[in-house]
Design a protein around this ligand. Structure first.
Ligand SMILES: Nc1ncnc2c1ncn2[C@@H]1O[C@H](COP(=O)(O)OP(=O)(O)OP(=O)(O)O)[C@@H](O)[C@H]1O
Length: 234
């Protein structure tokens, strides 16, 4: 299977400018690749750097060292030195992010919120909404809510709207940031199936999943981030 994502000697530290420039080293020499159709789960204790690695891949955090290479058609792009405009383009067509938290936009209905990334990729509005409704239904979001803005939804309902939004579009690379946290068993099982469907389509995934059962079901490989610890004492 072709490699879709390759992290080469990636390192990250935070400089706390308001605390006299204290430097907090997080990870160094992070090295792994993810193939099409594979789900790699980042493991290790709290504070080991799992979220930081995911955020660097998504271009939210700059990495200080190394390369984060993604395959885009015939091109290889290094996210570590990509321009912000290039990062935004990657987020439209190449890298998706499924997280627990929904940023609600006032007056936009749940089905439109979900359909938006697919419509942005060129699908018609009608088809986007139809796919959105089918995902909302699979994730057990009650039909009476589909035309309402999610701002007033319960925490769990908002989370499921966000999961539907994260899975709807076609990205060759998908980042999973605790997508099953606080879901009930039925909806966890739906997420597991959605991940399996993405694998079958050749999507390369990197995830943070604390739920042991879900991890067992979807992880093809677990990478312990502790091995990349940049602890100054080490
Ligand atoms: N924006 C930031 N500014 C300063 N320090 C940060 C920032 N983000 C993360 N860190 C620090 O980097 C280290 C790794 O954090 P990170 O969130 O990546 O760990 P994690 O393995 O995902 O932890 P958890 O499982 O608890 O979410 C922590 O010591 C954290 O305090």
């Amino acid at each position: 299977m072709p490699v879709r994502l390759y992290l080469n000697s990636v390192g990250k530290s935070f400089t706390m400018h308001l605390q006299g420039g204290t430097v907090i080293p997080v990870v160094e020499n992070v090295e792994f690749s993810v193939e099409a159709g594979e789900c790699v789960v980042l493991g290790g204790p709290s504070g080991a750097g799992k979220s930081s690695i995911l955020k660097m891949i998504y271009g939210n955090y700059r990495c200080d060292q190394g390369q984060i290479l993604v395959n885009v058609g015939d091109e290889i792009i290094n996210i570590a030195d990509a321009e912000p405009r290039q990062v935004l383009r990657l987020r439209e067509n190449t890298i998706g992010y499924v997280s627990q938290f929904l940023r609600t936009i006032p007056r936009v209905s749940a089905e439109e919120v979900v359909a938006e990334p697919l419509v942005a990729q060129g699908t018609t509005e009608a088809e986007g909404l139809e796919t959105a409704r089918s995902l909302l239904s699979r994730l057990n979001v009650p039909e009476r809510l589909w035309k309402l803005p999610p701002a007033t939804f319960s925490g769990g309902e908002q989370q499921r709207v966000n999961i539907a939004r994260g899975f709807i579009a076609h990205y060759p690379i998908l980042l999973l940031d605790e997508p099953t946290a606080s879901l009930d068993a039925a909806n966890r099982a739906v997420v597991v199936r959605l991940v399996e469907e993405k694998k079958a389509k050749g999507v390369a995934m990197v995830g943070i999943l604390h739920d042991e059962d879900v991890r067992q079901e979807i992880a093809d490989r677990i990478i312990d981030v502790t091995g990349f610890s940049a602890d100054v004492a080490a």
